[in-house]
Design a binder for this molecule. Structure first.
Ligand SMILES: [Zn+2]
Length: 270
């Protein structure tokens, strides 16, 4: 990991933002999208392009329909390669080709990227920047600051039954010290991811910031986390003081973000 640059003032600190993101190519992403839409929530789907249309993977038409329903499609490499283990032209291809393929399918720019397994270094960030992305999401959890590094966008909670030790390990990564302090009380009384997610949301409601839930639809299917997902969606949805947006909308400069169409109206017309 490397120290990231471009700390950006994403939102006024008093604002409360809720965003979600969903990784990989499983068609169960469509069920996540339906649940999000029914609750008026926004989300970004980070999709590797190498297996689209094969087996239980999403098809090109699914991506177009997600996009038409107000969801963002972000890039997640071609083959889901761990980018810190790939060099030279192969690294560039993994980062660039997925963008081109998705743009071809969607007929619009793809501006956000997600590092497979959250693994990146300075070289990876350079290639991702050069490919024209506006930012990239990591797998760091327990973050809620309105300020974040564009190419190391953190998350708050994962829809996954992590142990407390997992969270602590995640907090011991470089750059997470602020989150260690603010989330310590919630971790000490930690019961499960659902409870932690609610508590961190309550904290963001009180203090402002970004609450970012991420997950893998295939994992939610495998572990049958659907009821918990429904519960957390209901908990954070339709709050008066909250702005719901995609990851990409968080990365846009403020004037563009203000002009962005409200997510709910997009869903309503779907
Ligand atoms: Zn992935």
């Amino acid at each position: 990991m490397t120290a990231m640059v471009n700390q950006m003032p994403s939102v006024a600190t008093s604002r409360v933002i809720v965003t979600t993101s969903w990784d990989d190519d499983a068609a169960s992403g469509l069920r996540v999208a339906e649940m999000l839409a029914s609750k008026g929530l926004a989300g970004t789907f980070y999709v590797p392009t190498g297996r689209l249309g094969e087996g239980s993977a999403l098809r090109a038409s699914d991506l177009r329909s997600l996009s038409a329903n107000g969801f963002e499609i972000g890039a997640h490499t071609v083959s889901h390669a761990i980018l810190t283990q790939v060099r030279g032209p192969d690294l560039r291809r993994e980062v660039e080709e997925c963008k081109q393929v998705l743009q071809q399918i969607l007929g619009e720019p793809v501006t956000t990227f997600c590092y497979p397994k959250g693994r990146f270094n300075a070289e990876v960030v350079r290639i991702v920047r050069e490919a024209g992305y506006q930012g990239a999401r990591s797998t760091r959890m327990l973050a809620s600051d309105a300020l974040f590094s564009q190419f190391a966008m953190p998350t708050t909670v994962q829809a996954y039954p992590h142990t407390r030790a997992n969270y602590v390990r995640n907090l011991l990564r470089p750059g997470a010290i602020g989150a260690l302090v603010t989330s310590a009380p919630d971790l000490i009384s930690f019961g499960n991811w659902l409870q932690l997610g609610k508590r961190l949301f309550d904290r963001v409601l009180r203090h402002g910031g970004i609450w970012h839930l991420y997950g893998h639809p295939w994992e939610i299917e495998k572990l049958n986390l659907w009821p918990q997902l429904e519960e957390i969606f209901a908990y954070v949805s339709r709050r008066e003081s909250v702005t719901y947006c995609t990851n990409g909308q968080l990365l846009k400069p403020a004037p563009e973000r203000a002009a962005a169409e409200p997510i709910e109206s997009k869903h309503a017309t779907a």
